[in-house]
Design a protein around this ligand. Structure first.
Ligand code: ZN
Length: 248
C-alpha cells in the first residue's frame, strides 16, 4: 500500500482509493480472490496515519459479479464501511476469460456476446455497488481482441446494461488499463461512454486498475480528455458510499 500511495503522491493525485478484489466462488482451483476486511481497514487506517496529510486515502473493494452472490455481498457491505464499491464482470459462463481455454472452439464474438448477457443477468440480480467496472473487459482476452469488437455490434445488450445503470443511479467506470494493454482505448470504448451519456448517465469514475505501483495514475489525463470529448463535465468518486463531483 505504501508503494502505491507514494506513486500516487508523485503523480500529483489528491486522492487514491484501494479496490482490492473479492470474487466469491471464483471457479479456478487453488485461487481465491478474497481478503480480511478487518485487516484491510486496519492497514488503510495506518496508511492514513502516515500519509493522510499529503493525500486522501479511501477504502474500496472490487466485487466480482455473479447472480447468486447478491446476498453474500449485501452482508459484506452491511458489515464493513467501504468508501467505494466497484461491481465487475470477471466471468463468462462461469469461466475466467483470462484463461485461453475459455475461447477454445468458439468465435470471439460469441464469447463477447455471452459475456454481456451474463453481465446483464448479474446486474439485474445485484446492483448495490457504486460503479460498473471495465464494461468491455472481455475484449482484453479474445484471440482477435478489439478486431471482433465495436459498441455497435453488441449495442442491443450494452444499451440494456447502460439503461440499468441509469435506472439504478450507478456510475460507469472509465478504466485506463485498456490503454496500458494496447487495446487502443480504455474500457469501455468511448462509444459506450457516449451512449451512457445519451441515455441520461452523468456519473463516471476514473480508475487506472493498477495492480502494481508503476501503473498508479496511468493515463488519467487521457481519460479526462476522452470524457470531455464525450460531453461529460465532471467525474465522480465516492466517499463513505456518497458521490463526490470533481470538475474535469
Ligand atoms: Zn476487474
Amino acid at each position: 500500500m505504501a508503494d502505491n500511495i507514494e506513486k500516487a503522491i508523485e503523480e500529483g493525485l489528491s486522492y487514491i482509493c484501494f479496490t482490492d478484489h473479492i470474487d466469491y466462488d471464483y471457479p479456478v482451483e487453488d485461487i481465491t480472490f478474497d481478503f480480511s476486511p478487518g485487516d484491510y481497514m486496519q492497514s488503510i487506517d495506518e496508511m492514513r496515519g502516515k500519509y493522510g496529510d499529503r493525500i486522501k486515502i479511501l477504502a474500496g473493494v472490487e466485487l466480482g459479479l455473479q447472480a447468486h452472490l447478491g446476498p453474500r455481498y449485501n452482508e459484506l457491505l452491511k458489515t464493513w464501511p467501504f468508501d467505494f464499491v466497484i461491481g465487475s464482470q470477471h466471468l463468462v459462463g462461469g469461466l475466467d476469460p483470462y484463461y485461453p481455454e475459455t475461447f477454445h472452439g468458439r468465435e470471439d464474438s460469441d464469447v463477447y456476446r455471452a459475456y454481456f448477457e451474463d453481465m446483464l443477468t448479474d446486474i439485474r440480480a445485484f446492483h448495490a455497488f457504486d460503479t460498473l467496472g471495465h464494461l468491455d473487459y472481455i475484449v482484453r482476452y479474445g484471440r482477435s481482441r478489439q478486431k471482433s469488437y465495436s459498441y455497435r455490434q453488441y449495442a442491443d445488450l450494452i444499451d440494456e446494461i447502460l439503461k440499468l445503470l441509469v435506472r439504478y443511479n450507478l456510475a460507469l467506470e472509465i478504466n485506463t488499463a485498456g490503454l496500458r494493454k494496447q487495446l487502443g482505448f480504455p474500457n469501455p470504448h468511448p462509444d459506450v461512454l457516449r451512449r451512457y451519456r445519451e441515455l441520461g448517465g452523468t456519473l463516471v469514475t476514473i480508475g487506472s486498475d493498477a495492480h502494481r505501483p508503476h501503473a498508479v495514475g496511468f493515463a488519467l489525463n487521457t481519460a479526462r480528455d476522452i470524457l470531455k470529448s464525450c460531453g461529460f463535465t465532471h467525474t465522480v468518486y465516492y466517499e463513505k458510499r456518497k458521490v463526490q463531483f470533481v470538475r474535469l
